[in-house]
Design a protein around this ligand. Structure first.
Ligand SMILES: *Cc1c(COP(=O)(O)O)cnc(C)c1O
Length: 405
């Protein structure tokens, strides 16, 4: 047997040991510009790559990391990723992945009921989940257009474009939620997309609009996991949708790429997005062909933590966001966009001229920016349960000019 394909305990231990080292300053890697004719060997490749790969990335679990929807990941998912890579199962073929397919079915069966859905499948992200759901909407309900709010994620317009559907954008209200009063009256040929946790603002569209259109899809990529927490009621109404997208690599703390598309009537929806090539034992459901066992990491996390463990971490994140927004609301030098609905805090200095100056003094990875109606805002996203909110508040306070006397 070729040794490169065998279990190499020393090599793998070394890889794990390197993960624990502090490569905090990324070293530039001198890579050959052309494919090298001869290799340096796997151990040398590990040593060469470790400082730049492990040192060249933002640390999403560090105290000031509070900028993006990308969470730190629990270590059990690192182990599952390693196991998955070694097995390289393809969920397209039941013969090579009997257990992995069952794991995906189980994960979906555990999570779908929180959203009032009866099944679905995993996708590499909500971009693909949204595309899959709108594809099912076109096949099952004959929709000819997609209606979404101005705060909807760009993947919705992208899906409409790919599917040849018209795209209609509905204005948002002052909180960033869809302004229901501006919806077209006739939605009999429309897929209505309601966003639960807008990417920019965290706003939730009025979910009681579900059922008004030929098909309702809830894009809960960000805020969907709140359904497992004490904040489940924020997404009340989601159970009336025809389909739901949730990114597990956001608020379920999974490594990329991991998401779910869920359906109210899964049998019908899956039949509508299935193709059965002659060489396949079972039909190919959804957009992807070959795909891996992302479900194992999610299953391990849910088994390790239980619903309660997931809820605690999300509720803690919600609390961090609340404390930051309370601070912003109380400081007269700052303006809060709106009360945060789903752990996203949008704010700016009251004096717009200070924006760039403040931005340059905030630690990298602590805060992102967004533009709403042409106005620039800072944006904090509570995806990191280990964030130290007092430290972030102190930093923000210190970069602001002294209060006018
Ligand atoms: C992140 C996001 C998406 C896209 O999801 P990916 O997992 O990045 O593909 C879609 N909709 C919303 C509201 C999002 O926040």
């Amino acid at each position: 047997m070729d040794k490169e394909f065998a279990f190499d305990s020393d090599g793998l231990h070394r890889a794990v040991e390197l993960m624990g080292r502090d490569f905090s300053r990324a070293e530039r890697l001198d890579l050959p510009t052309e494919l090298p004719p001869f290799g340096i060997g796997s151990s040398a490749a590990l040593t060469a790559l470790a400082p730049s790969i492990l040192g060249g990335a933002a640390r999403l679990g560090e105290a000031t990391s509070f900028a993006h929807m990308d969470p730190p990941t629990p270590w059990v998912t690192w182990a599952m990723t390693l196991w998955n890579a070694s097995l390289n199962q393809n969920l397209l073929h039941p013969a090579t992945s009997p257990v992995a397919r069952q794991m995906e079915e189980r994960v979906v069966a555990w999570l779908a009921p929180f959203f009032g859905m009866n099944g679905g499948h995993m996708t590499p992200g909500s971009t693909v989940a949204n595309l899959t759901a709108l594809w099912a909407a076109r096949e099952c309900a004959g929709v000819t257009e997609v209606v979404a709010s101005a705060g909807a994620h760009l993947s919705i317009a992208k899906a409409a474009h790919i599917l040849g559907l018209r795209y209609l954008s509905v204005p948002t209200d002052a909180n960033g939620s869809m302004d229901a009063g501006q919806l077209p009256a006739d939605l009999r040929k429309s897929a209505l997309v309601l966003t639960a946790g807008a990417t920019s603002t965290g706003a939730i569209d009025p979910l009681d609009l579900a059922c008004r259109a030929a098909w309702t899809h809830v894009d809960a990529a960000w805020a969907g996991p709140l359904r497992l927490s004490k904040f489940a009621q924020l997404l009340a109404g989601i159970e009336s949708a025809d389909s739901v997208a949730v990114s597990a690599h956001k608020w379920l703390f999974q490594p990329k790429e991991s998401a779910l598309v869920l359906f109210k009537d899964t049998e019908k929806a899956h039949a509508a997005v299935s193709f059965g090539g002659a060489y396949l034992a079972t039909p190919n459901v959804g957009v992807l062909g070959s795909h891996g066992a992302a479900a194992t990491a999610l299953l391990a996390t849910l088994l390790a933590w239980g619903r309660e463990g997931v809820a605690q971490r999300i509720e803690h994140c919600m609390d961090l966001a609340r404390r930051l927004s309370d601070f912003v609301a109380a400081d007269e030098r700052l303006a809060l966009y709106a009360e945060p609905q789903t752990g996203i805090v949008v704010w700016r200095p009251g004096d717009a001229n200070l924006f760039d100056q403040v931005m340059h003094q905030l630690p990298v990875g602590s805060t992102s920016t967004t533009s709403i109606g042409g106005v620039k805002w800072f944006r904090n996203v509570a995806a990191n349960p280990s964030a130290d909110i007092d430290q972030l508040i102190t930093i923000i306070r210190n970069v602001l000019p002294e209060r006018a006397q």
